[in-house]
Design a binder for this molecule. Structure first.
Ligand SMILES: [Zn+2]
Length: 264
């Protein structure tokens, strides 16, 4: 039933807009998204080294909690963790798990920049970008077997296997330009409402551009999965206005940055 209803909806939508599946039309429920995200998170934990440092983790989780309190959308079980590598990047999995690379601390110069990175990722989750990617991937590439798996019982090995496949194919890690723009816009508002200076998001893009000149390897993944920072900066600048307010930095940020800089 669900399958027929879902496809019917999609066919109606495609008659109106043949090239895109609207974000509003999703074959994936919030509960399924959370289930798939949990399995993807377990896979990430196998594939990537987590930075196991209680102070750094607590700091990132604290920023995350304050942002999530201002997030719209379904009440996802958000969780924040740090990958122990020097890349400057972050990613969100369906339904709430968010990972930030340790390299963000090495590059960022104040707390509002880290808040900007996390706000962008929370916005991807809150706007259900993964659900629309899953819907598109299912319809475009994966055929009805996967559709059946998504719509049917996603518990246990089925969801885990599918999540692993989708992670490998990059379905969760590369969003459309429109989704990236929306995550910037929604994230900017979120960080502003949570009390940070929104200029931090733009500053981080400038740092990423500088990093691309100095140390291209550390930002390669970011540049391959995101639109150019120059375009995004120009768009955000217009939204920030002339009198930015909010928190820019804290002593905790500088302490955590120094701690991360000392790590090998
Ligand atoms: Zn993004």
């Amino acid at each position: 039933m669900a399958l027929c209803a879902g496809l019917g909806l999609w066919l109606v939508a495609s008659a109106v807009a043949p090239t895109t599946v609207s974000a509003q039309i999703s074959l994936v429920s919030v509960a399924q998204e959370i289930e798939i995200g949990k399995a993807a998170d377990a896979q990430v934990r196998k594939d990537m080294p987590e930075l196991r440092d209680a102070e750094v983790a607590a700091y990132v989780q604290g920023i995350g909690r304050r942002l999530v309190a201002k997030a719209s959308g379904p009440r996802y079980p958000y969780a924040f963790a740090v990958v122990n590598n020097r890349e400057v990047n972050a990613f969100a999995l369906p339904g709430g798990p968010i990972w930030m690379m340790r390299g963000v601390f090495q590059t960022a110069t104040n707390e509002s920049q880290v808040a900007g990175v996390l706000a962008h990722e929370v916005a991807h989750v809150a706007q259900r970008h993964a659900a629309s990617k899953l819907t598109q991937a299912t319809l475009a590439n994966w055929g009805l077997d996967l559709l059946g798996a998504v719509l049917g019982n996603t518990a246990g090995a089925g969801a885990a296997q599918m999540a692993a496949g989708l992670l490998t194919s990059g379905v969760f890690l590369k969003f459309s330009r429109d989704d990236e723009r929306e995550a910037d816009r929604v994230g900017l508002e979120m960080m502003r409402r949570a009390g940070w200076d929104p200029r931090g998001m733009v500053e981080l893009f400038a740092l990423l551009q500088r990093e691309q000149q100095r140390n291209p390897g550390s930002v390669e993944a970011f540049f391959s999965s995101h639109p150019s920072p120059a375009d995004r900066m120009a768009e955000l600048q217009g939204r920030i206005g002339r009198t930015p307010t909010g928190r820019r930095d804290t002593p905790q940020f500088q302490r955590i940055k120094a701690r991360v800089m000392r790590m090998r």
